[in-house]
Design a protein around this ligand. Structure first.
Ligand SMILES: [Zn+2]
Ligand SMILES: [Zn+2]
Length: 139
């Protein structure tokens, strides 16, 4: 596996960490496309704090390693137990875990045997759906 690991502000290194082992209730996703947005820029530049070292990235298209099924991920895990979660506002959970911020993220992949998979995804998704941009993310 190769991953873009951030060691500090503007200190991004491509490395080969061990492939993670999924825990109970988890699956391993082979990343085929990963997004890059303003949040990633703020993390890389040090404007948004993370614990180092951290694999960045929170947007992906990939395949389950066991079945090959195509998946996308919800990059924020809410706690499910706080008042906001219980009232159905899991997106506002103050105890949420954010992929690429609180835990290692999506800018990692294992080398592919078939290098055409990325292009296959890109052709299937209209361009306007491939870009995530929030006004607050603009530089
Ligand atoms: Zn984003
Ligand atoms: Zn919560």
């Amino acid at each position: 596996m190769r991953a873009a690991v951030l060691y500090g502000p503007r200190d991004l290194r491509v490395q080969a960490p061990p492939t993670p082992e999924p825990g109970t209730g988890e699956v391993l996703v082979r990343v085929t496309l990963a997004g890059l947005c303003g949040t990633d820029h703020r993390i890389w530049s040090g404007k948004r704090a993370v614990h180092y070292p951290r694999v960045m990235g929170h947007e992906l298209v990939g395949r389950l390693t066991e079945t090959g099924e195509r998946v996308v991920i919800e990059p924020n895990f809410s706690c499910g137990g706080c008042a906001l979660c219980r009232e159905g506002n899991r997106n506002l959970c103050l105890a949420r875990t954010a992929v690429g911020i609180d835990v290692d993220g999506t800018h990692a992949r294992r080398p592919e045997r078939d290098g055409n998979e990325r292009e296959d995804h890109a052709r299937e998704v209209p361009f306007e759906h491939r870009v995530e941009a929030h006004e607050s993310d603009l530089l």
